[in-house]
Write a protein that binds this ligand. Sequence first.
Ligand code: GLU
Length: 314
Amino acid sequence: MYSSSVSESRYVGRFAPSPTGLLHMGSLMAAVASFLEARIRGGQWLLRIEDLDPPREFAGAANSFLQTLSRFGLCWDGEPVWQSSRSQRYEEVLAILLEQGLAYPCRCTRKMLQQDGLIGVDGMRYSGRCRAAGLLHEGRVAYRLRVPDAVCVVHDRVQGNITQNLQADVGDFVLKRADQYWAYQLAVVVDDADTGVTHIVRGADLLDSTPRQRYLQQILGLPQPEYLHIPVIANERGEKLSKQTLAPALRSGAEVTQLWQALYLLWQSPPERLRSGSLEQLWEWALQSWDVRKIPAKRSVAVTLDEEFQYKFQ
Ligand code: GLU
């Protein structure tokens, strides 16, 4: 319905949900922001299902994503990419990194990491125990990427500059897990590059992952997309609204009010009268009025949710 007519545009955006639960208001905000950014530039908007973690998958979620997005008029270009079908490509990339001595096998268990007790910007920081161990590629080993002791700065259009020292803040990170599932960091970089993504718009909970992804792009010689991280919404306890904190799923039949809410939570101040109008009218307004400069440079914003499923800033 709202697809782009300029197919040769250089802007390629995407939405990449993980099927660990149903889409909720936070997912809708990321979908709407990435969609509007792409469409106002006559760009493409791709859909990728990040189904890399079958044990954490919620049955039926992936298929429901396609239906839910279509109901909102969020029409993607081309066929969705399913990460579960991309293992061979990830394997090729891992082989390159191993050959260059940039990746190595690791046999550390969660318990060992806990014993090391190192904390980084995003959970546990790896001590580098297996870095120089020269382990064989036997059995169920994980693979980690060797990261430099150097400052890495990534610019974000909303959040400003993100500065990390990968070694001090994260440590050598996992590319393939010991249970043989692929890690998000490797898959996201390879898939964005292979599908020609130029602009990444997503929730600020992934801001701390961005320097890892930029580093992978650099060593693999891949193009470096631009980033824009929107503040995530959090409850009174400061917990990110997510599938894990049991955020209510988007409801069928209430698309206009939910899209209105997503635009409100993205600081776009949609007019009250459009709350009860049609989806077409609301999209038309959004496409004309979308202004990313209204979004504050915050990682999260506290909201309340009432019995009528209305979100309000606290
Ligand atoms: N799959 C991730 C999620 O659902 C998003 C990944 C990304 O946009 O890079 O939170």
